[in-house]
Design a protein around this ligand. Structure first.
Ligand SMILES: NC(=O)c1ccc[n+]([C@@H]2O[C@H](COP(=O)([O-])OP(=O)(O)OC[C@H]3O[C@@H](n4cnc5c(N)ncnc54)[C@H](O)[C@@H]3O)[C@@H](O)[C@H]2O)c1
Ligand SMILES: [Zn+2]
Ligand SMILES: [Zn+2]
Length: 346
């Protein structure tokens, strides 16, 4: 198959001779990938803040068509159009049943692979023309009628992740909230907070173009350091992933308010102290979004027209060839103006 390989820090390679995945377990499905996303999370390994198995296919946002299934897969069949949440889930364990599919006891993350234990199998990622999906029944989601591949790709991670972040900031309808960091996840949090009735939604990012996109979605854009930046907010979402951004987000919460950190923070320490958190009675939440669980409440809202998938505001590069992968990683890491969310058509 065709695909990208993570070679080492800042080195992504395109290949057209990667072995095709096959059904290895009776609960597997294999899909032909029709669209796959490049995410801010891919930059953690690309830039060396997180380690991943050298030689793994990266990427964790894939949609496509099922080409084969194992004999125990009951709810899907070859030919089904499906989206793949970025972690696998069994649907039966306590975290899965409790709405935290991202922490399924049998779950795996696509596209990483243990960098230390080289004999442990690595679950290949989605930036390729084919993908093996373990625990297919508990993981896959059928793509709703009328949903494009680009929209479905946002449903594999960024939109439900932004929604989860917004929910966990304890938003109050009619009151203000703040989103720090306006990549695809932060912009999705903006859309979600607005849909939850929050007003106004302040949005902060150093990149002009991303501020303009947040404004287009209905937020009030502000540059970091703007003296007019509001403090004392009930709900703050941090979707940037840097210590300065998290420190700023923490300081913006009012006593008794909530900071929802959705970014993956790779620094060793919190940029605030326990006593600072104590002194302000701040609730701080962290963690991976359980996309499969969140979609059970999000898809009905989308179907009823109460939430729009904002692909036109977020996806700037909807159909790039995989051969452009090495270059797009470089340009995305450089925060090239006009490049927010790139999708590949393998
Ligand atoms: N928790 C989850 O399940 C989950 C899922 C997907 C992504 N993520 C994480 O969410 C984060 C955002 O992902 P993305 O795809 O939107 O990434 P991205 O890199 O496109 O966006 C990050 C944004 O933060 C902005 N930023 C940097 N420093 C800032 C500062 N000091 N103040 C304000 N903004 C600042 C950048 O300019 C950029 O626009 C990443 O850390 C990613 O790993 C988490
Ligand atoms: Zn992602
Ligand atoms: Zn489970």
């Amino acid at each position: 198959m065709r695909g990208l390989l993570f070679r080492r820090t800042r080195t992504i390679e395109y290949r057209d001779d990667i072995p095709d995945p096959t059904v290895e377990l009776p609960t597997d499905a294999v899909i032909a990938v029709t669209r796959t996303g490049l995410c801010g999370s891919d930059l953690h390994t690309y830039e060396g803040r997180e380690s991943a198995r050298h030689g793994v296919v990266p990427g964790h946002e894939a949609v496509g068509e099922i080409v084969s299934i194992g004999e125990q897969v009951a709810h899907f069949a070859p030919g089904d159009r499906v989206l793949v949440p970025f972690t696998t889930s069994c649907g039966e364990c306590s975290p899965c049943k409790g709405g935290l599919a991202a922490r399924c006891e049998k779950g795996q993350l696509f596209g990483w692979g243990d960098p230390v234990n080289l004999t442990a199998p690595a679950l290949q990622g989605g930036q390729a023309s084919m993908l093996r999906v373990p625990l297919a029944d508990g993981t896959l989601v059928r793509i709703p009628e009328g949903t494009t591949d680009a929209q479905a790709t946002l449903l594999t991670d960024n939109l439900p992740t932004g929604w989860f972040a917004a929910e966990r900031s304890d938003p109050i309808a009619g009151e203000a909230a703040l989103v720090v960091g306006l990549g695809s996840v932060g912009l999705s949090a903006v859309v979600s907070l607005l849909a939850m009735g929050v007003d106004p939604v302040f949005a902060v990012d150093p990149v002009e173009d991303r501020l303009a996109r947040a404004a287009g979605l209905g937020a009030t854009p502000m540059s970091p350091g703007d003296p007019a930046l509001p403090a004392g907010l009930a709900s703050v979402v941090e979707a940037a992933g840097t210590s300065p951004a998290q420190a700023f987000a923490f300081r913006s919460v009012r006593p008794g308010g909530t900071l929802s950190v959705i970014a993956v923070q790779t620094d060793d320490h919190f940029p605030f102290t326990p006593i600072e958190a104590y002194d302000r009675n701040v609730t701080v939440r962290f963690g991976r979004a359980p996309v499969r669980s969140v979609l059970t409440r999000l898809l009905p809202l989308i179907e009823e027209g109460r939430l729009r998938i904002p692909d036109d505001s977020i996806v700037t590069h909807p159909a790039e060839p995989l051969t452009e992968g090495p270059d797009l990683y470089r340009r995305f890491a450089a925060r090239e103006p006009g490049l927010v969310k790139a999708l590949f058509t393998p």
